[in-house]
Design a protein around this ligand. Structure first.
Ligand code: NI
Length: 524
């Protein structure tokens, strides 16, 4: 009964998605009215005055029956498909350039996410190095920040020299994901594309592949013949012309890396050889015509794109998404004095948002609530030492200092099996002498929300979001209700500024400064 209902629901969703795609592609005709070369007649929907005519697209023949044809570009997915992904943003600004990239990765550590991140990182770092700068991630550089995966748009119109990479999700269905990356640079001479490619993966463990891998090896020129047919029909090239007929196999393959799977077929976007137009052409080839040329991967992608099934991201430990803080702007949320009765609600929020944080726990609280400490670690968070009973260490004897740290260390290890690798001194109070007594670095903060004074949720949010800079360590306490309530807004606010949130340990890629160090922010 349930299964039947779910199936019906899925079928309805699938039809809705196909309809959206058809409408999206239907806009092709409207687009030709914008003055694209070769459009002989104005589109029927282009009525004077701009008022929308009644549904011109629904009376068209089903798109799957049509031949290959020129379209404005691939159709990007949004909504739930994108929400299942983890947004990533990297941006840097100097006096003479801006570089930014926005992309999205599946949750957890996957080869697909690694490939996309590496592609973007290579372009960004290379661009900065060309201009004599080492990559240094910044804040507040892209509208919408890191909270809008694959949302498009750019805030750099005033900057003459820039590199911008943006993403769109072309397919996200079942275990299949397809993401399109366009990397373009803009300089005095005008914009140039650096790369335009679609990457696919069809499972958590499988190796990612590019759009050209949708086609069986050796069939690329056959696919390009279909593209040429569409270009001729659309008036983009002369009748009888085939710009792809004499290409070497590897050149033909390279032309097809920007192949976006959709419900009705593949949109191949490419620069036509011999064409002096800088704008690439997009051609939709229906699946029906591509069937003989699909590789095994291509068939898998086709099934997923046609099914419209919901996306099933690979399972991964919550709060533990890989974050490279040498590439992204990182900030760490830290929570002191727990575990408390409020910690479970906080862990739920962090799980849902896939945010990793650092918990500086009191040994005595851990001993009272070992299960909560264990859950914190199991959720992928960093757990660290905040002494046994929360004294001001500068007022204790040397043996008392050592005892406070040792007892807390033992309670954490007993509850979680983890050896804490840093200590936060209560009240942030320490001296060089106290630090010499403890065999690990002291981690304090550079943003103090003063949430323990109960200033209200709004103030806690404002301080955490407004005062954070690259590498910040934000002090909060999971012993105050307002803090728990503020955290979702803090996460949203920091992401909107372009921030990736991660534990202190991860800001240092696991290599915290040694014993005796006093750390108040990440490396920057
Ligand atoms: Ni404290």
């Amino acid at each position: 009964m349930e299964a039947a209902r779910a199936r019906r629901r899925r079928t309805r969703t699938a039809s809705a998605i196909v309809a959206v795609i058809l409408i999206g592609l239907g806009l092709t005709a409207c687009d030709s009215a914008l003055g694209t070369p070769g459009s002989g007649t104005p589109a029927p929907s282009a009525t004077p005055g701009g008022s929308a005519p009644p549904e011109p697209t629904t009376s068209s023949p089903p798109a799957a029956e049509a031949g290959p044809r020129v379209v404005p570009g691939p159709v990007a997915l949004g909504g739930d498909r994108v929400a299942a992904l983890v947004p990533r943003l990297a941006a840097m600004r100097t006096d003479d350039f801006v570089a930014s990239a926005r992309w999205a990765i599946p949750p957890g550590s996957t080869a697909f996410g690694d490939v996309l991140t590496a592609r973007v990182a290579e372009a960004l770092r290379g661009f900065a190095e060309e201009r004599g700068s080492a990559w240094a991630p910044g804040l507040d550089l892209v509208a919408g920040g890191a909270s809008a995966p694959c949302a498009g748009g750019s805030a750099f119109a005033a900057i003459p020299t820039r590199l911008a990479a943006d993403c769109s999700i072309v397919v996200a269905s079942g275990g299949v994901i397809g993401e399109r990356l366009v990397i373009a640079r803009s300089e005095a001479g005008g914009p140039t594309e650096v790369a335009r490619e679609v990457w696919y993966a069809d499972g958590a463990g499988g190796a990612p592949y590019d759009g050209a891998a949708l086609y069986a090896a050796g069939s690329e020129t056959r696919v390009l013949a279909l593209v040429a047919e569409a270009l001729r029909a659309g008036g983009r090239i002369a009748p009888g012309e085939d710009p792809f007929s004499r290409l070497a196999p590897e050149t033909a393959r390279a032309l097809l890396v920007d192949s976006s799977a959709a419900g009705v077929g593949v949109v191949a976007t490419l620069s036509v050889p011999g064409s002096d137009r800088s704008r690439p052409e997009s051609v939709l080839v229906p699946w029906r015509l591509l069937d003989p040329f699909l590789s095994e991967s291509g068939s898998l992608v086709r099934s997923a794109a046609v099914s419209g099934d919901p996306y099933e991201p690979p399972t991964s430990p919550a709060g533990d998404d890989p974050v490279d803080c040498t590439l992204l702007t990182c900030v760490s949320l830290t929570f002191d004095d727990g575990p408390s009765s409020l910690t479970p609600a906080l862990l739920d929020v962090l799980d849902r948002e896939r945010v990793g944080a650092t918990f500086f726990v009191q040994g005595s609280s851990v001993a009272r609530n070992p299960g909560m400490a264990a859950r914190t670690v199991a959720a992928g968070h960093e757990i660290a030492n905040h002494t046994w009973a929360h004294p001001d260490l500068t007022k204790l004897t040397d043996p008392q200092v050592r005892d406070e740290v040792r007892r807390a260390q033992a309670a954490i290890a007993d509850a979680t099996g983890v050896r804490a690798t840093s200590l936060r001194p209560p009240y942030g109070a320490s001296t060089p002498h106290v630090r010499e007594l403890v065999p690990m670095p002291f981690v304090v903060w550079d943003v103090d929300t003063r949430d323990w004074q109960d200033p209200g949720v709004d103030v806690v949010v404002e301080r955490a979001v407004g005062e954070a800079g690259p590498g910040s360590i934000v002090l909060m306490h999971d012993t105050h209700e307002d803090t728990i309530e503020a955290v979702p807004r803090i996460i949203d606010g920091l992401r909107a500024r372009g921030v990736a949130l991660t534990s202190v340990e991860d800001q240092f890629a696991g290599s915290l400064p040694g014993a005796g160090a006093l750390v108040s922010h990440g490396p920057r």
